[in-house]
Design a protein around this ligand. Structure first.
Ligand code: HMG
Ligand code: MG
Length: 299
């Protein structure tokens, strides 16, 4: 059955901006995006990424972003940390929550973080220990859960095994990434069933990209199974630099509209997110990927 409440994790400032071509987006623009989202009622914002700036230049100002944002009470600001160096940066920038990211596909792991799945899990153990010692919560991602741009189909059991490993090492939640948006509702449900045998349903988040236009349908399918945490990106911004052709995450505006129609609460003001999406797409000179934002216009 459907959850009564859903927590939205807004990943636009990270997943949405990390792949933006062209000049580096000014730090002030990133900061304003994050502040606007917090003002709209978003309680969880992935704000930055402490990764190698050679790999992902758009996230090179993570420390400045974390220093520039308002810290609204009740809002969790998080950042990606692939290794200890990333965690050290996140701690120095006073980041209250971090995320490690693994993949269900060996080929994707190599392309994205330059190591095997097993090596990545080993690398996360000290990250986890030091984060816990610093009082920082750690989220875990699994990428390519419904298909890999290099290896094709991914077995649900493989997704379940990596999810289990992340939970066992101490992640408080595992976010299942359909990195290239290839999934369909039946596949999403089958994958979720496999993961839910290893991880409690209330510790599972859905992180769906919309490359094939299936993200909302896939979300409906997993909501029905009880998933109550959804990652999304304002205006559908984004893509993954190591997954060619992947488009953005499902648009936050579209998810909010779907959830409102189902009577599921989020605590977020839809129109304020719509306005934010129009503002940031104007700043970036980019198309607004949210149908709901296009329909509602700007206030
Ligand atoms: P590597 O080259 O194997 O790392 O990269 P290394 O340890 O050999 O270090 C090489 C250089 O990078 C060194 O600098 C390090 O200091 C530096 P040099 O001596 O050459 O000047 N370095 C760093 N600099 C800043 N911050 C760090 C850091 N670590 C090393 N944390 C590494 C390995 C993991 C660093 C690299 O592959 C990397 O940064 N990858 C990030 C890829 C990425 O950010 N991908 C996008 C996010 S994941 C995603 O979008 C999927 C998700 O949304 C879910 C989904 O949709 O599926 C989460
Ligand atoms: Mg993603």
């Amino acid at each position: 059955s459907f959850p009564q409440q859903v927590r939205i994790v807004e990943v636009g400032p990270r997943d949405g901006l990390q792949n933006e071509p062209g000049p580096i987006i000014p730090t002030e623009t990133k900061v304003e995006l994050i502040n606007r989202l917090a003002n709209a009622g978003v309680s969880h914002i992935e704000a930055a990424s402490f990764v190698s700036p050679k790999w992902v230049p758009q996230m090179g100002d993570a420390a400045a972003v974390m220093a520039g944002i308002d810290r609204r009470s009740g809002v969790t600001y998080s950042a990606l940390t692939p290794n200890l160096k990333g965690l050290e940066g996140a701690i120095a920038a006073n980041t209250p929550e971090v995320a490690v990211f693994a993949a269900a596909s060996e080929a994707f792991s190599q392309k994205n973080i330059n190591c095997s799945i097993a090596e990545s899990l080993e690398r996360f153990v000290p990250v986890m220990e030091q984060a816990q010692a610093a009082g920082i919560r750690v989220r875990g991602y699994v990428s390519t859960v419904l298909g890999c741009p290099y290896a094709g189909d991914i077995a649900p059991a493989q997704v379940a095994a990596v999810s289990r490993a992340l939970m066992d090492m101490g992640c408080y939640e595992v976010s299942l990434g359909d990195t290239i948006g290839k999934g369909t509702p039946l596949k999403a449900k089958q994958m979720l069933e496999a993961v839910a045998k290893e991880v409690p349903m209330d510790r599972i988040a859905a992180h769906f990209h919309d490359t094939y236009g299936q993200a909302l349908a896939n979300l409906y399918a997993v909501l029905e199974e009880g998933v109550s945490v959804i990652d999304s990106s304002t205006a559908g911004l984004g893509g993954c630099p190591y997954a060619k052709g992947a488009s953005g995450n499902v648009a936050t505006e579209d998810v909010l509209y779907l959830l409102e129609g189902l009577g599921i609460k989020t605590g977020i003001n839809l129109q304020a997110v719509v306005d934010t999406g129009h503002w940031i797409t104007r700043e970036l000179g980019r198309h607004n990927g949210s149908k709901v934002a296009q329909a509602l216009g700007e206030c």
